[in-house]
Ligand binder design. Structure first.
Ligand code: SF4
Length: 232
């Protein structure tokens, strides 16, 4: 499926605006060992995307083992599912989506497997707090007009607590107010927040037909947003 919007054309040698500052921020984050020094992680190895600014930012939970090995966000099985969703929303194939969307996470290092053996461990509150500054700086630099909040942890970072069923398929302002996607407000309400479920195979949320319909609704909202000029 073709992308809904032409990507900006640039001289191949030309750096996008803000990329130097973003590269400097990435260098700082990649050097971070806070969780290892605090005894929260056996090994800190931050994973970040290419330092290519975008005002559409996707925030997941944390990198998985494959991401830690390959050093690229969303490169495991969950990522493949996520990119299929984004393609259905009109963002083109995986490489198109990686160019159009800045992909990051609440914490930047693989937290290890869950004690239950099913999926990855959810980062602890202490890890989230230690990593909060990194995400804050990313958002301050990129100034997104749209945040795709993927999974419960990302949802909790951007919106007041509410179940996934009452979040996916709806669009929210930065203050957590539900918005009509057909009548978008201006900068004070930005970034808009569009929740998506976690694409991990360990999540059972999408086993229910009603929840899959909510996901389709969210992808339609996203497609509609991307077909319009960004609000601010
Ligand atoms: S999870 Fe975040 S704060 Fe913790 S070591 Fe990795 S980059 Fe640093």
């Amino acid at each position: 499926m073709a992308p809904v919007r032409e990507l900006p054309r640039r001289d191949p040698g030309e750096a996008p605006p803000g990329s130097t500052r973003l590269a400097l921020l990435h260098r700082r984050i990649l050097a971070c060992r806070r969780c290892q020094e605090a005894g929260l992680l056996a090994r800190a190895a931050p994973v970040l995307p290419e330092a290519r600014p975008s005002r559409v930012v996707l925030v997941g939970q944390a990198p998985g083992r494959v991401e830690e090995t390959i050093r690229r966000p969303f490169s495991g099985r969950g990522g493949r599912i996520l990119f299929r969703w984004l393609e259905r929303a009109g963002l083109g194939d995986e490489e198109d989506a990686r160019r159009a969307v800045y992909l990051t996470s609440i914490t930047k290092c693989f937290p290890g497997p869950a004690a239950s053996g099913a999926g990855d461990r959810r980062p602890s509150r202490a890890e989230v707090e230690l990593c909060r500054e990194h995400l804050d700086r990313q958002l301050a630099l990129l100034r997104p007009w749209l945040v795709l909040a993927v999974g419960q942890m990302a949802l909790e970072r951007f919106l007041p607590p509410r179940p996934m069923q009452q979040s996916v398929g709806r669009l929210f302002s930065a203050a957590g107010q539900e918005l009509d996607p057909g009548a978008l407000p201006g900068p004070p309400a930005l970034p808009l927040v569009l929740p998506l479920p976690h694409p991990s195979g360990a999540s059972r949320w999408l086993n229910q037909e009603a929840n899959r319909e909510l996901l389709e609704g969210a992808l339609q909202v996203l497609r509609g947003l991307l077909q319009r000029p960004p609000p601010g």
